[in-house]
Ligand binder design. Structure first.
Ligand SMILES: [Zn+2]
Length: 354
């Protein structure tokens, strides 16, 4: 067979349907059938994407809020799961093979800087995010380095798999950073959001007493929160009653300025306030006296380690579940991203790719 014919067959195999934009802006995002096929180098794995999670980070990428987008035209998508289609020539065949079900850890890292050497590859000095500094998973196929690929159990549902690399890993790492311990109280703002529902379940799994700030009762009845605070005008009063005056040991608030005052006022003595986002705005006013006199620790957290992701893969089939609000087709990617801001949103938004 001539090389030309082989190339033609190969091209037809990898005609890539993908969500692509040439210029930032959600209006510029379109789904095409002939995106540039992913390159598979020796240590890479080509994954046929099954489902992808829709997260605020994807909106930031598409709207051009994140710097250093690469390449252009760009395929976004930071959280994806699928089936191995092909492995590079140096990938360990005993570990990964065609048809394996996998998730993709979305961090690019060099493995050699001081952060990586300390196991903190998500804050690699020379790193970034898959879906931002590389093409992402809103496509039929994605090629990623072997070290970013994690096999998942055969019985894990795709919806949950598509909710591990960002939606579960981010709060899991944040709770570890906050050193949440057994019998401590954990207060979760935005508890019925994507990361919030995972934080509630992970907090329970870690042995904490979980107080959820939410108007949705399912976070208590279905997801195990011990208490629910739904009167947003009396949050600190409610926390005071629930904790018998102690206030919370760990407060998770990634909603930003809109909930800053209530969240900071809810931290008890020797408590930890932790965030991995600031959806409603990031510039807050801090009372330093309250901070030091109660010995409060303010903690920033981003992503999670590969070790933590492996722990989630090993345990989450039995211990985590996800509430899906809407699942969109790849063709409807714009609607999917805009749904992040829907007032009536009640659970996760996922992208059904194949
Ligand atoms: Zn590094």
């Amino acid at each position: 067979m001539s090389k030309k014919v082989i190339n033609k067959i190969r091209d037809s195999l990898f005609t890539l349907k993908a969500a692509v934009f040439e210029k930032p802006g959600i209006e510029n995002l379109k789904v095409i059938d002939n995106a540039q096929e992913p390159k598979i180098s020796d240590h890479d794995i080509l994954v046929k994407v099954k489902e992808a999670g829709i997260n605020p980070i994807d909106y930031l990428v598409v709207s051009g809020t994140l710097p250093k987008l690469n390449p252009l035209p760009h395929i976004p998508g930071a959280e994806s799961t699928g089936i191995i289609e092909q492995v590079g020539s140096h990938v360990d065949n005993n570990n990964f093979k065609k048809e394996d079900r996998v998730i993709i850890h979305n961090k690019v890292f060099d493995g050699t800087c001081d952060m990586c050497l300390n196991g903190l590859d998500m804050i690699c000095r020379n790193g970034g995010l898959i879906g931002a500094i590389t093409n992402g998973g809103f496509a039929e196929y994605i090629s990623v380095p072997e070290r970013n690929v994690f096999k998942i159990p055969v019985d894990m549902e795709w919806d949950l798999a598509a909710s591990l690399p960002v939606t579960s890993l981010t709060p899991y790492h944040a709770l570890n950073e906050a050193s949440l311990r057994i019998n401590e109280s954990l207060l979760v703002f935005g508890a019925s959001g994507s990361t919030g529902m995972m934080a509630v379940q992970l907090g329970k799994k870690m042995g904490a007493k979980v107080i959820a700030v939410s108007k949705d009762n399912w976070i208590k009845t279905d997801f195990g929160a011990d208490y629910i605070v739904s009167d947003y005008d009396r949050i600190t009063e409610n926390i005071k009653e629930i904790t018998e005056g102690k206030m919370a040991d760990v407060v998770l608030n990634s909603l930003g300025i809109g909930t800053w005052e209530n969240s900071f006022a809810s931290v008890g003595i020797n408590g930890r306030w932790v965030a991995f986002g600031g959806l409603t705005g990031a510039d807050v006013k801090l009372n330093v006296q309250a901070l030091y006199s109660k010995q409060i620790k303010l903690i920033g957290s981003t992503g999670g380690t590969r070790k933590e992701l492996q722990e989630l893969v090993d345990t989450s089939s039995k211990q985590l579940k996800v509430r899906v609000w809407k699942k969109f087709k790849l063709e409807d990617i714009k609607d999917a991203l805009q749904a992040l801001f829907a007032k009536e949103r009640d659970g996760r938004i996922l992208l059904d790719v194949a």
